[in-house]
Design a protein around this ligand. Structure first.
Ligand code: 13P
Length: 262
């Protein structure tokens, strides 16, 4: 792994844990990481709770000076106004949210968010000082029809249409067929696509930006396979769903360096 990119382990809770459960969970997670003597400067850990939990988690992180990052699962492409049910990036920023997921496959498929919506949400995140974690990934049918990298690379290019080339982003490669299926990509598959995404970043934003941008893998990541992904040169971390809801499991994933042979 290239040492200039601090590995990032992100926990996407999806629609799980209300704000009271979130407080208990984050307290336990902070203790667990401290107990395990985790060195926070060597691996960045970020949780992405539901929107209704953000204020509670922010207050807790702030009061106890916990070294966990905070991310949101979605934002509006608009800044304010008559958009019932939407959440502005400005509001997230006011809660000290640092990251926001954009383009997750569940938003793309269940909420019909196409490349144009994703691009405008990436632009909104950038406008409000949030780092968009741009999720890209192919379905099993895409993989069969177009091969491994074409769809994720096209999604990444489209997502960056409305931001300057030097905008800070994180990219998360999540093959749709690997999400929640228990069937993760192989480390070689993840490396191949993450390398293609980085090459696209070289072309879009230049070699320097590409060399410092974190590209994560997501899809059935757990403590038993995390180390094999992080051994790959272009995989800089993981976006974790189900396994991020278990304190011991998530702690073990964050502490992937303590696993044998990394
Ligand atoms: P799982 O880790 O449960 O496969 O979910 C991955 C995901 O969608 C994270 O955003």
């Amino acid at each position: 792994m290239v040492t200039t990119r601090t590995p990032l382990i992100a926990g996407n809770w999806k629609m799980n844990l209300d704000h009271l459960q979130a407080i208990a969970f984050v307290q336990k997670l902070a203790w667990s990481l401290k107990d395990a003597k985790h060195d926070f400067s060597s691996v960045e850990a970020v949780v992405f709770p539901p929107a209704t939990d953000l204020r509670s988690v922010q207050t807790l992180l702030d009061a106890d000076k916990l070294e966990l990052g905070l991310g949101a699962q979605d934002l509006s492409s608009h800044d304010s106004g008559a958009y019932t049910g939407e959440i502005s990036g400005a509001f997230l920023r006011a809660l000290d949210v640092q990251y926001v997921l954009v383009g997750h496959s569940e938003r793309r498929t269940l909420h019909s968010e196409g490349d144009d919506v994703v691009a405008s949400k990436v632009a909104a995140a950038h406008r409000h000082g949030l780092v968009p974690m741009i999720c890209v990934g192919e379905t099993a049918a895409d993989l069969e029809e177009h091969g491994p990298s074409a769809v994720p690379v096209a999604q990444l290019r489209a997502s960056l249409a409305e931001v300057p080339a030097d905008a800070e982003i994180v990219v998360a490669y999540e093959p749709v067929w690997a999400i929640g299926s228990g069937q993760a990509a192989t480390p070689e598959q993840a490396q191949q696509v993450c390398a293609a995404l980085r090459q696209a970043l070289v072309e879009i934003a230049g070699p320097e930006r590409a060399a410092t941008t974190r590209v994560l893998y997501g899809g059935s990541v757990k403590s038993s396979n995390i180390a094999s992904f992080l051994r790959e040169p272009d995989v800089d971390g993981a976006l974790v769903g189900g396994a991020s809801l278990d304190v011991a499991e998530f702690t073990s994933i964050v502490r992937f360096r303590s696993h044998v042979g990394v």
